[in-house]
Design a binder for this molecule. Structure first.
Ligand code: GLN
Length: 208
């Protein structure tokens, strides 16, 4: 079984995610390709999708991605397409968001995860930082997580599992085949998050 994994976007962290996913496939010995997805056709062609970081308001508004986002939403809801959203990707997957400083932003959202996400959750002096995070789902060894103007999850529905917490901040969640992370796993040397996602994609593909 050959997997096709897409990374959605027009700029931003796309290339880093493609690199990390390729490496993770290699480490797992799983056959697959990783493609840059920019439109609806691309979204319809993949077995799993990564929505990277960037500026969530911009990602949501880009008209070229508009149709692609409609297709992502449909596939997530109808086919349970596995999706990994990181940072801005997490924000876009949420049903509800607000900004810690400016409050309501009324931005375009996919609204596929039953979570409320606070944008720019960590104060100014802490805009970017790295921390050793415990993510039990990927193993006992901590993961060196990079946070950049990161969000956090403030409320979540009963079908949402918490994957990672940083002090009292929820920074990783999973709901069915949807994973949302507040940090940037593609910037770590460690490919375990991408491996975990690939396993999910593999399981899903063998079921359908
Ligand atoms: N702060 C950004 C936003 O709210 C997200 C930052 C990121 O993806 N690194 O959209």
């Amino acid at each position: 079984m050959k997997l096709k994994i897409g990374v959605l976007g027009l700029q931003g962290d796309v290339e880093e995610h493609i690199g990390a996913t390729k490496l993770a496939l290699e480490n797992l010995g799983v056959e697959g390709e990783v493609v840059w997805v920019k439109d609806e056709e691309g979204v319809l062609s993949v077995d799993g999708l990564i929505i990277p970081g960037g500026e969530s308001t911009v990602i949501g508004l880009l008209s070229m991605l508009g149709k692609a986002l409609v297709a992502v939403k449909e596939r997530a809801l109808k086919e349970e397409l596995p999706i990994l959203g990181t940072c801005a990707g997490l924000i876009i997957m949420a049903k509800r968001t607000y900004d810690r400083v400016v409050g309501q932003t009324n931005q375009e959202l996919l609204g596929i995860m039953d979570i409320t996400v606070e944008r720019n959750s960590f104060g100014r002096q802490k805009e970017s930082f790295e921390v050793d995070l415990q993510i039990p789902a990927i193993g006992e060894k901590s993961f060196r997580a990079v946070f950049i103007r990161a969000p956090s999850v403030k409320e979540f529905g009963e079908n949402v599992e918490v994957m990672a917490k940083l002090e009292d901040y929820v920074v990783g969640v999973k709901e069915g085949n949807l994973i949302g992370l507040a940090f940037h796993p593609e910037l770590a040397e460690d490919t375990r998050v991408h491996e975990y996602f690939i396993n999910l994609v593999q399981k899903h593909k063998s079921r359908v």
